[in-house]
Design a protein around this ligand. Structure first.
Ligand SMILES: [Zn+2]
Length: 234
């Protein structure tokens, strides 16, 4: 009887371990780490985008203004080419054309300054994008591993549950009820062997009187560990 009880306890230990594997697959830590990495990269990209936004908006304005100044300068240049003779009006047009060309150059210079500010931000963004892509790929693999591990552990748990029926059937109903109650209290394993005066379940020393009682009791005697409530056999 006590051998059957210990066999059931061993089996339940496997069930507890396997249930833990279902709840906490080994790759879960990898998955959590890659999810956190991806979130950090995404947050950094968003912050960088906020820094870039006013610069890219300003660059767009400068590009438009420079193009507009050059277009107007070209239009005036064409009219000048078509005009004949001299005069104040032509002089004023030439002056305006030169002013517009100078304005275009000035806008280009400011634009270069903006590009210089944007360059390191763009490089950072590129790096973050690569990091995010890499983290996303690793997250996908970790997710697949977690799912594989969980479904494999679930299949083993099902097999263990099926095999438990026969082991439990080898124990009389009253003892099994005591075992199950102890197992429910102690996280799934309801019996242990007494080893060197200690409970094999909670590892705590069992009072000498109980050790003595068990040592002299007939084969198959069961006592209860005061500390953890597991059924103890010798
Ligand atoms: Zn104990």
């Amino acid at each position: 009887m006590t051998e059957a009880l210990l066999a059931l306890a061993d089996h339940d230990e496997s069930i507890v371990r396997t249930r833990h594997e279902v709840a906490h697959p080994a790759s879960q830590a990898d998955l959590d780490a890659t999810v956190a990495e991806l979130a950090a990269a995404t947050a950094a990209m968003r912050a960088l985008d906020e820094d870039r936004a006013p610069l890219t908006a300003r660059a767009g304005e400068l590009e438009r203004d420079a193009t507009s100044a050059r277009d107007r300068a070209s239009a005036i240049a064409r009219r000048l080419d078509e005009s004949t003779g001299a005069g104040r009006e032509l002089e004023a047009m030439a002056h305006e054309r030169d002013a517009l060309v100078a304005r275009g150059d000035q806008l280009d210079e400011e634009l270069l300054g903006i590009y210089e500010l944007l360059e390191p931000l763009d490089e950072q963004l590129e790096k973050l994008r690569a990091t995010a892509l890499d983290a996303a790929a690793r997250r996908e693999r970790a997710e697949a591993s977690v799912n594989d591990e969980r479904s494999s552990a679930t299949a083993r748990l099902d097999a263990l549950a099926a095999a438990r029926v026969a082991l439990a059937g080898a124990i009389d109903a009253a003892t099994l009820a005591r075992y199950d109650a102890a197992a429910a209290r102690t996280g799934g394993i309801g019996a242990a062997r007494l080893v060197n005066g200690r409970c094999g379940g909670c590892r705590l020393a069992v009072p000498a009187a109980i050790v003595d009682q068990l040592a002299h009791a007939p084969e198959g005697t069961i006592v209860v560990c005061d500390e953890c409530g597991r059924l103890l056999t010798r």
